[in-house]
Write a protein that binds this ligand. Sequence first.
Ligand SMILES: NC(=O)c1ccc[n+]([C@@H]2O[C@H](COP(=O)([O-])OP(=O)(O)OC[C@H]3O[C@@H](n4cnc5c(N)ncnc54)[C@H](O)[C@@H]3O)[C@@H](O)[C@H]2O)c1
Length: 262
Amino acid sequence: MSEQGHTSYLDLTGKRVVITGAASGIGLACAEAFAKQGCRLVLNDLNAAALDTLLEQMSTRGIDTVGQDGSIALQSTVEALFARADESFGGVDITINNAGISLNRPTMDVSLDDWTRAIDVNLTSVFLCSKASAARMLPARSGVILNLASMYGVVAAPERLPYCVSKSGVVMMTKALAIEWAESGVRVNAIAPGYVKTALVDELARAERLDLSKLVQRTPQHRLAQPDEIADLALFLASGRAGYITGQVVGVDGGWTAYGYI
Ligand SMILES: NC(=O)c1ccc[n+]([C@@H]2O[C@H](COP(=O)([O-])OP(=O)(O)OC[C@H]3O[C@@H](n4cnc5c(N)ncnc54)[C@H](O)[C@@H]3O)[C@@H](O)[C@H]2O)c1
C-alpha cells in the first residue's frame, strides 16, 4: 500500500488528529495509520524521548505533526496539547484517547496511590481530553472521539481491579457523552481490544503476571492481536463511513468475550 493508501474510501485527508500515548503500541499504530491517510497529527506521550524521536521521524517523512509530552492525567498537559492543536492546525477533528496503564496485582496489594494513578491515567484523562475536544468540536458541529477501553471494561478478570473499574468507566463515559453530544454532530465510540502484542503485554509477561501461552489457548482465534488491527478499526470509526455509529463499544478480541465454554 502507498504512504496514502485508501484515502478516497475513508476520506480522512487533512483531518487534525490528537492521539494520547502515541509513542508506543496501539497509539503508535494509530499515528502511523492516520498519517498514511494524510492526516495532521497532534501527539502526546509521557515518554518525552520516545515522543521526540517519533516527531522527528514523522517530520522527516513530510507528515504534518506536532507534539506535547507530559502525563495526560494532568489538566496542564491536556491544555498544552490542545493549545498546540489550535496554534498549529486551528483545532481538532478526531481525538483518540489511548494512553493507559495496566495494574495487575491482587487487590489486597493495591495501595491507594496505585488506585488513584490507574483511575487518573485511564479514566480522568479521558474526561479531560473529551472536554477539551468538545470545546472545539461542539461549536464546529463535527468531530469524533475514540476511547481505548478494553475487553476488561466489559468482562472481569481477577487481580486487575483498578484496570477493570477504570476501563468500565471509559465504557460508560463513551455512552454518556455519545448521547449528550449526538445532536451536536460529535460521535463518541470505544474500542475494546483483547490482548494486543505491545510493550504493555510484553512487560506483564516478563514480570510473570501474564501467561501468554494460556492466553493464546483461551482465545478462539489462538493468537494475540497486532496493534495495526486496532488502528484499522480506529480509521473506520473516525471516518464518515461510520457516520451513524455512536455510543458503541466495539470489541477486537479474537472471540474472547463471545467464548463461554469450558
Ligand atoms: N495491549 C493490550 O493488550 C491492550 C488491551 C486492551 C486495551 N489496551 C489499552 O490500549 C491502550 C494502549 O495500550 P498499549 O498496549 O499500546 O500500551 P503501551 O504501554 O505499549 O503504550 C502506552 C503508551 O502510553 C504512554 N503513557 C503511559 N502513561 C501515560 C500518561 N500518563 N500520559 C501520557 N502517556 C502515557 C506510554 O509512555 C506509552 O508510550 C491503553 O489504554 C490500554 O489499556 C491495551
